[in-house]
Design a protein around this ligand. Structure first.
Ligand code: NOJ
Length: 566
């Protein structure tokens, strides 16, 4: 069997709203992406993933879809989409779409019908339930279960039309679809086939491990002091999830070649990921796990935890080992839901360029398919949000209200966490140049541009041979040209070291050594063979070659290659 193409591919995520605005309305659009395709082709990426561009009330920036088979006028038209797809393909790249089918918008005609009466044929397409027995419908605490929504508040909304509640694990405008109903599944599969027939190359599937729910909908455990119970055991990797994904495979993907299907899966374990990505089971190609981006999350969400490098290494080590024989990893630091990695795990003040390159090195040379989020290739940083009024994200605003108004937290404590971890950090407009709105728009941007665009921008990066952009290009080239990066065995070194992240990759007689210094202090890599390694080929470093005892400078990264005699 030939290896799937995506094992040596690198994916680039575009958040269209914040990428490039061609018509001055302050919001990015498809034409803006077309205008910048050469930036992406020049970087060398193989696949573009588009966050949602479908018609949407934009309650959650397009993750609330009101028509699965169209383009929101704010982004363009289907004709412009076809032009974009042709432009991507003409440059030898592929394009995957965001598939958001755990929920739709409440303005989707399916939900409009469903909500209209209890005997509407689409009633059962969503999760409707009466009030808790003995409680007055609509009264506080009368929700059918005690679950909280991810964006704050209860996961149920009372609807007067029929005196019942509907389930929404996210915002009230994102009602959950009922996958138990075969008509729902068939409608979704038909829509997916329609996009594939149009030429798209696969899907990134939003919270896809939430689609199968235990129909009993039991109350969740209620942590001390929390306003809501945790319903996750009833919907995370639920009872029919594997059946649904295999059915999707058969109905949509079977017989089509060259697709890439990746499932976003908060809370997925290594053992479950093996099942999801074992090719023999015909479900998905890879999943996004969350363990490494939850590494600095403590028991109290409103108290920031520093990164403990040994924990991060234990997580990646476990995933690398777990998927070594069967299944495949996705590798990412950033996306539209995460703060900027260089601000979170690096040093965005004194060593921004060095630490951005170090983070890229350590991530990309693992076994798996790396994902780059727009602006990561420039070393873009978190934004300086002064107060809650500067945030736009429904999650930040909802959790702030819940924490401050319902749970009595101090606004300043909550803001401290949102500034460091809030999703708007990654959503500030792409920084193309040093002009007033960073070349993103000629109008007023929907979310303020980071003032540091004067220094950090694509034009400056392209003019500087030592930029993060050109370094990322080398990392991508290395994946394309060095088979050990794609297929080599992974061995974690120095698991107890709190400064250095070190590992080897080995394929046949080729061995790579990768080391990254996660600190602003010099650190010696105390590994066997240190001196021998320093005389091996230095494939990549973000500063100067280290001395014979492998002492790495602040935020330094090195990649060596040697041939082993058998
Ligand atoms: C995960 C998406 O990445 C996020 O942006 C969104 O808010 C939720 N799913 C709900 O669709």
């Amino acid at each position: 069997m030939t290896e799937p193409w995506w094992k040596s591919a690198v994916v680039y995520q575009i958040y269209p709203r914040s990428f490039a605005d061609s018509d001055g309305d302050g919001m990015g659009d498809l034409r803006g992406i077309i205008d910048h395709l050469d930036h992406l082709a020049g970087l060398g990426v193989d696949v573009l993933w588009l966050s949602p561009v479908y018609p949407s009330p934009q309650d959650d920036n397009g993750y609330d879809i009101s028509d699965y088979s169209g383009i929101d006028p704010v982004f363009g038209t289907l004709e412009i989409f076809d032009e974009l797809l042709a432009g991507v393909h003409a440059r030898g790249m592929k394009l995957i779409m965001d598939l958001v089918v755990n929920h739709s918008s409440d303005e989707h005609p399916w939900f409009v019908e469903s909500r209209s009466s209890t005997d509407n044929p689409k009633r059962d397409w969503y999760w409707w339930r009466p009030a808790r027995p003995g409680m007055e419908p609509g009264a506080p605490g009368a929700e059918p279960t005690n679950w909280g929504s991810s964006f704050g508040g209860p996961a149920w909304r009372y609807d007067e039309t029929t005196d019942e509640y509907y389930l929404h694990l996210f915002s009230t405008k994102q009602p959950d679809l009922n996958w138990e109903n075969p008509e729902v599944r068939e409608a979704i599969y038909a829509m997916m086939r329609w996009w594939l027939d149009r030429g798209v190359d696969g899907f990134r599937m939003d919270v896809i491990n939430f689609i199968s729910k235990d129909p009993a909908l039991p109350d969740g455990e209620l942590p001390m002091g929390a306003a809501y119970g945790n319903g996750a055991t009833a919907f995370l990797n639920g009872p029919r999830i594997h059946e649904f994904l295999h059915e999707m495979y058969e109905q949509v993907f079977a017989g089509r070649e060259a697709l890439l299907n990746v499932g976003e899966m908060p809370g997925v374990t290594v053992e479950q990921a093996i099942l999801y990505t074992d090719p023999a089971r015909e479900e998905l190609d890879m999943v996004f796990q969350f363990d490494h981006v939850w590494v600095d999350r403590g028991p109290d969400p409103w108290i920031l935890q520093p990164l403990k490098l040994t924990n991060l290494k234990a997580i990646f080590g476990r995933w690398q080992a777990g998927l070594a024989q069967v299944g495949w990893n996705s590798l990412y630091w950033n996306n539209h839901d995460q703060p900027r990695a260089v601000s979170r795990y690096g040093d965005d003040r004194d060593y921004r360029v060095e630490s951005a390159k170090m983070l890229g090195t350590v991530l990309h040379l693992h076994r798996g398919t790396p994902y780059i989020y727009q602006g990561e290739e420039l070393g873009m940083t978190n934004a300086p949000f002064a107060g809650i009024a500067d945030f736009r994200d429904i999650e930040a605003l909802g959790l702030y209200a819940q924490a401050v108004e319902q749970e009595g937290r101090s606004p300043e404590d909550v803001l401290t966490v949102l500034r460091a971890r809030g999703r708007d950090n990654s959503r500030t407009p792409m920084q193309w140049d040093s002009s007033p709105h960073a070349g993103f728009t000629s109008g007023t941007p929907w979310l303020a541009v980071n003032p540091n665009h004067v220094e950090i921008n694509a034009a400056a990066a392209l003019a500087d041979p030592d930029s993060v952009y050109y370094y990322y290009r080398k990392l991508i080239d290395l994946r394309h040209t060095e088979p050990a990066v794609v297929d080599g065995d992974f061995t974690m070194l120095l698991p107890h070291d709190e400064q250095l992240y070190a590992y080897t990759r080995r394929l046949g007689d080729t061995e790579l050594l990768v080391i990254g210094n996660f600190s602003g202090e010099a650190a010696k890599a105390d590994i066997d063979d240190a001196a021998a390694w320093t005389s091996a080929e230095l494939v990549l470093t973000n500063t100067a070659a280290p001395p014979d005892d492998l002492t790495l400078g602040p935020w330094q990264a090195v990649v060596y290659r040697r041939k082993l005699s058998r």
